[in-house]
Ligand binder design. Structure first.
Ligand code: TYM
Length: 331
């Protein structure tokens, strides 16, 4: 059976980008057709300046939102990364297979490291080595597929390279995984700056729709989205990034494709209004379920405990094999 692994990092409140690019597909598709593991990758949240209480809060909230999105712990494995030691055990071996040049070429490092310096905080070494830990997340479980948004493609490519290299040098140990992406909305853009990704750790609140935004806040953010000069509604990511972003969000919410939908609109205002309502309706059940789950925190904790136990059992044999293959004696 196909094994699927994916994760979300608790560095901020989850966004519409996380939902359309990842969570929704995990819930609607992946958990039904594969042996799936979904992880709140909390160790990754420590790679930038962080507040421990906030990481704790956001980790709990992210786990709750996975369940609220329809991920069913009876069908798949839901857990926190830090509860399963195999991730860090394997990460070190992969650091011994990766090169520093490879790590420095990662787009996210190149973007985030200068941002950290601008803020006057030093760049953590873990920000550079992060992709080795992400590779370990995936390879420890022998995942065949990694359902992610477009921004994670390079990290999954690196994971493949490390798996192939390890297998060639030390004997076949890892499944070589591949990234899978949603058909539309694989890269949801910031509403105020449609040339940058809608990212949960960004500072620009008005350009980001959070999963837990109240309906009126969602409406306001979408109605105030930056649009392009020109008046006709066309889907063209290069020339009309603002309108194309709205068309893609709408297409992801109602089905269909952005090109076809563009023909139905004569004005930007009508497109914004329909997009806003479609997003409000998309988020409504998630928010309702989130409210219910918040009333029962013991349930979420129990899901995470059971998930960690299952995940440990799945990861340990592969990580033990990797330790032996690379030349370490068994304990
Ligand atoms: P993270 O936490 O930034 O994002 C979680 C998932 O949401 C997708 N996503 C988006 N998709 C479309 N449009 C957007 N604007 C948008 N923003 C985020 C991401 O592509 C991702 O699928 N490094 C990963 C976390 C990670 C991981 C892993 C993922 C750690 N280990 C192993 C898969 C497998 C990250 O930072 O995702």
């Amino acid at each position: 059976m196909t094994r699927v692994f994916s994760g979300v990092k608790p560095t901020g409140h989850l966004t519409l980008g996380n939902y359309l690019g990842a969570l929704r597909r995990w819930a609607e598709v992946d958990q039904h057709r594969a042996d799936a593991l979904f992880c709140v990758v909390d160790l990754h949240a420590l790679t930038v300046d962080h507040d421990p209480a906030r990481v704790r809060r956001l980790s709990r909230q992210a786990a709750t939102l996975l369940l609220a999105s329809g991920i069913d712990p009876e069908r798949c494995t839901v857990f926190l990364q830090s509860h399963v030691d195999e991730h860090t055990r394997l990460s070190y071996l992969l650091e011994c297979v990766a090169t520093d040049g490879e790590m420095r070429r990662m787009i996210q490092y190149k973007e985030k490291a200068p941002r950290e310096r601008e803020r006057g905080t030093s760049v953590r070494l873990s920000l550079l080595t992060y992709p080795a830990l992400m590779a370990a997340d995936i390879l420890a479980y022998g995942a065949h597929e990694v359902p992610v948004g477009e921004d994670q493609t390079q990290h999954v490519e690196l994971t493949r390279d490390l798996a192939v290299r390890f297998n060639q040098r030390y004997g076949h140990t890892f499944v070589v995984p591949k990234a899978t992406h949603p058909k539309v909305a694989t890269r949801v853009m910031n509403l105020q700056d449609p040339t940058s990704k809608m990212g949960k750790s960004d500072d620009s609140g008005p350009g980001i729709v959070y999963l837990l935004d109240e309906p009126d806040v969602v409406r306001r953010k979408i109605m105030r989205a930056v649009t392009d000069s020109g008046l006709d509604v066309v889907h063209d990511r290069e020339e009309r990034p603002g309108i194309s972003n709205l068309l893609e969000i709408l297409a992801a919410c109602v089905g269909g494709n952005p090109e076809d939908l563009s023909g139905a609109y004569q004005s930007y205002g009508a497109l914004k209004k329909d997009t806003a309502e479609a997003v409000v309706e998309l988020l409504r059940p998630v928010q309702e379920r989130h409210r219910e789950l918040c009333a029962d925190p013991g349930y979420v904790e129990q899901v995470l405990r059971t998930g960690a136990h299952k995940a440990r059992e799945m990861a340990r044999p592969t990580v033990d094999t990797a330790y032996r293959a690379i030349g370490l004696l068994p304990a």
